[in-house]
Design a protein around this ligand. Structure first.
Ligand code: PA5
Length: 396
């Protein structure tokens, strides 16, 4: 269950124009990229993902997941939420593709050399430099250990149905493959094989995630209200939104949120710049700025009502954490930094599915309110194009 406390936003005095809301909802459902809400994954695909994940877990010490941006952030963020800090998975996940750091890559090559490895390379376009490079690097390592036949089940490619270099690899070598539907954009692809396969290998119950995600559609009114508040705050020169969490394992989830809003609405010199803090750590670093610094920040807090409770002396840590959250919001409000609190009754996979749909809907509505296309990323394409003018085309 998720609750929204918009109280500290009160001074935005948002009044919803019902006609405009109806138009935006219709636009949402009719957009050619509306697959994240219209084109839900079917049971056959879910079962195939689970079967392939079971096979990976049976045959591999390590799954190397190669992806970036919307083809990486979701599965990484959610597996981080539910991972046990001091217990390794039987099949360890190593994510590659988010940097070109040769020191780290040399360590990875050394680490995997005497282990059984599978790879899942994920790229909708199949033209992303980092991904194609990492794929080449790791595939070469795997070719040293496994026959062509064995590679068919150890190399799993998740990409566009027809286009791109990676699809050519599937046709040429018969590797296992999954499709990212054409009507679902990268950062909206949480409930596709792009994220569900790595999550299934990380022992996340993907059926619960999907169940929550579908339930999240019921939060459309809250998402619309939240989007309107964000844009209203922007008009009042609140240009930065700080997503604040009080559980360390939600840190990468805030990274996912930042990517979602940043790439969706940061266009035409508009948009709210998303940042995040993990408290109470950052109360003793950025908290001072948020309270009394340049007045361009507002906050969205994700609160977990009931954690596994730990009692120190007579004090429940869970209760104390919640007192801290409310106190910080009150203090920040005094410094003219309004916050709104999103409360999850517990940190469950289903709740995270629901919350993720809420944020996706909010990102689309916010983009519509700013008058920009939520689904493209022309700025990103620009840097990809620029790189291509400087390198050998064979890499891509
Ligand atoms: O959200 C998006 O669309 C982007 O972040 C892409 O996912 C990212 O650029 C990676 O693209 P691709 O999956 O084509 O390699």
């Amino acid at each position: 269950m998720i609750n929204f406390d918009f109280n500290t936003y009160n001074d935005t005095n948002v009044v919803i124009d019902e006609n405009k809301k109806a138009q935006f909802i219709s636009k949402l459902y009719n957009d050619k990229m509306s697959g994240f809400i219209n084109n839900m994954i079917d049971d056959n695909e879910i079962n195939r993902i689970i079967n392939v994940s079971n096979n990976i877990k049976k045959t591999s010490d390590i799954l190397i997941v190669i992806g970036i941006g919307g083809s990486f952030m979701g599965s990484f963020a959610i597996s981080e939420i539910f991972k046990k800090h001091f217990k390794k998975l039987d099949t360890e996940l190593i994510y590659l593709g988010t940097n070109l750091d040769s020191n780290y890559l040399l360590e990875v090559i050394d680490y995997i050399k005497d282990k059984d490895v599978s790879i899942n390379v994920i790229s909708k376009s199949g033209t992303t430099l980092e991904i194609n490079l990492m794929y080449k690097l790791i595939k070469t390592e795997l070719e040293k250990k496994y026959s062509k036949e064995e590679l068919k089940s150890r190399i799993i490619i998740t990409t566009d149905k027809e286009k791109g270099k990676l699809r050519e690899e599937v046709s040429k070598y018969g590797y296992t493959s999954f499709e990212i539907p054409a009507d679902i954009g990268g950062r909206y692809s949480l409930i596709t094989a792009a994220h569900l396969l790595p999550l299934a290998v990380a022992n996340i119950n993907i059926k619960d995630l999907i169940k929550g995600y579908k339930k999240g559609i019921d939060l459309i009114d809250e998402a619309y209200f939240y989007a309107n508040n964000r844009v209203e705050l922007f008009k009042k020169k609140k240009y930065i939104e700080n997503f604040s969490v009080y559980q360390g394992n939600l840190y990468y989830y805030t990274e996912w949120i930042k990517q979602l809003f940043g790439e969706s609405e940061g266009k035409n010199n508009l948009g709210i710049f998303p940042v995040s803090t993990v408290n109470t750590r950052d109360l003793h670093s950025l908290g001072q700025f948020i309270q009394e610094g340049n007045n361009i920040i507002f906050e969205t807090v994700i609160k977990i009502e009931n954690n596994n409770d730990l009692v120190i002396g007579n004090t429940s840590l869970n209760d104390l954490n919640n007192i801290v959250i409310n106190s910080v919001c009150t203090a920040h409000k005094k410094g003219n930094t309004p916050s709104m609190i999103i409360s999850l009754d517990k940190l469950s996979i289903e709740n995270i599915g629901m919350l993720s749909m809420f944020f996706m809907l909010s990102a689309v509505f916010s983009s519509y309110l700013f008058g920009v296309n939520p689904y493209n990323q022309p700025g990103v394409e620009e840097y990809k194009k620029e790189i291509k003018t400087h390198i050998d085309n064979n890499i891509l």
